[in-house]
Design a binder for this molecule. Structure first.
Ligand SMILES: Cc1cc2nc3c(=O)[nH]c(=O)nc-3n(C[C@H](O)[C@H](O)[C@H](O)COP(=O)(O)O)c2cc1C
Length: 196
């Protein structure tokens, strides 16, 4: 039976989407079956249309990525959750998805799963760590086994995002891209041990 990893994220303008792709690629390189999913967009059409990059992402990327459902968390042995920062917190879109996990949590289905987080912000000190930690708060409540990048790999050490790989808005640098991939590898490797 192959290892099952879900990469679930929200992205408005594509940065977190790119991080998610690297994390998924890392998990797949360890032989995992990956469900790559975006959470539902909740913003009104006029808000999306007011930002060219956001509209482009909705038009060009959304049709190619399945929407996350709660069953994806039940299915997965381990998962990665990602969101851009919104004033130091994750987006309402990711939170809305999280807020639907009550029944799964109540049934104890999320306890013991491997879990890791990732994020993005437009400024170097604009809330990367607080957003990663805010998403991680949920993982404590679920009883998930948090698998942070730490400085546990050369790629993670170079990026220096121990709470979860984080990017500045825009195309990923080589360093961040490698760190996100290494985070996916590490998620898969440690989740494999949990499943065993
Ligand atoms: C409402 C709102 C609040 C934001 N708050 C912050 C913030 O506090 N600090 C920051 O650096 N960037 C902030 N940003 C910028 C995004 O987090 C950033 O552009 C991120 O890289 C977007 O990721 P995406 O391309 O995956 O959508 C904010 C953006 C929006 C729309």
């Amino acid at each position: 039976m192959s290892l099952k990893i879900a990469v679930i994220y929200y992205s408005a303008t594509g940065t977190v989407h790119e991080l998610a792709k690297e994390i998924a690629a890392g998990a797949e390189s360890e032989g995992a079956e990956v469900r790559f999913r975006r959470v539902k967009e909740l913003a009104p059409a006029e808000a999306i249309a007011s930002n060219e990059g956001w509209q482009k992402h909705v038009d060009e990327v959304h049709p190619n990525v399945e929407e996350a459902v709660i069953d994806d968390l039940d299915w997965a042995d381990g998962f990665a959750l990602g969101s851009p920062t919104r004033f130091g917190l994750p987006t309402a879109q990711l939170k809305q998805f999280i807020d639907q996990t009550g029944p799964l949590w109540g049934a104890g289905k999320l306890a013991g799963k491997g879990a890791t987080v990732f994020t993005s912000a437009s400024t170097p000190h604009g809330g990367h760590e607080s957003t990663a930690l805010a998403i991680s708060n949920v993982l404590y409540h679920w009883g998930a086994v948090i698998i942070p990048p730490g400085y546990a790999t050369p790629e993670g050490y170079a990026a220096g995002s121990p709470y979860g790989t984080s990017a500045l808005t825009g195309p990923l640098s080589d360093v961040v891209s490698a760190a996100a991939k290494a985070q996916g590898v590490r998620l898969a490797q440690i989740t494999k041990k949990l499943v065993a």
